[in-house]
Design a protein around this ligand. Sequence first.
Ligand code: CA
Length: 227
Amino acid sequence: MALKILVVEDEVKVARFLRRGLETEGYVVDTAPDGPSGERKARSESFDLIILDVLLPRKNGFEILKDLRADGVVTPVLLLTARSTTEDIVGGLDLGADDYLTKPFSFEVLLARVRSLLRRSKTRTELRVGDLQLDTVSHKALRGDRSIDLTAREYSLLEYLMRHAGKMVSRLDLAREVWGYDFDPGTNIVDVYVNHVRKKIDAGYPSKLLHTERGKGYILEDRNGTA
Ligand code: CA
């Protein structure tokens, strides 16, 4: 399942830049433009990480963080601070932030922090279907002892299929879970990516794992029972 990140940021340009960059990396991104709406989303939906700007209209990042933690919301928080005074940084960490970045920041550094926070918060899971294995921390895939190179999007797609192994997964499920669309994208993008993944995991193997249910969707399963 694609990891979900909430970006609470009032500067439209920064929010857009973060959304685009993170989506390119395969994350599902939701944004909120002010304190109260950010806090509401953080409470009502489950996110794997929150990127929280400190200077926000109506309720600042420190206040939001303090209230979320007081109410037991443990989602990792990366604070974006405009000032790098020791007081601000220590204050933020004491309130329960997991890390911080000072603006302006490099996107590469932000990504590294994001990955590190997600790694820390996540427990390693090894998914398996037949002789296909997927490690949810390293993102490494193996079929038998051959390793499979996946792009970020292909990884998210395969992880979702493996977590729902043996069940029919519709195109709309995949569009929603892997791309973050609330609607059928109306293009063949899902099929195109499924075909990429199919080539990578099934080509050259007599037993196929990824099956098409015509007009409905896909099922990943080992139909030979040779796990
Ligand atoms: Ca701001």
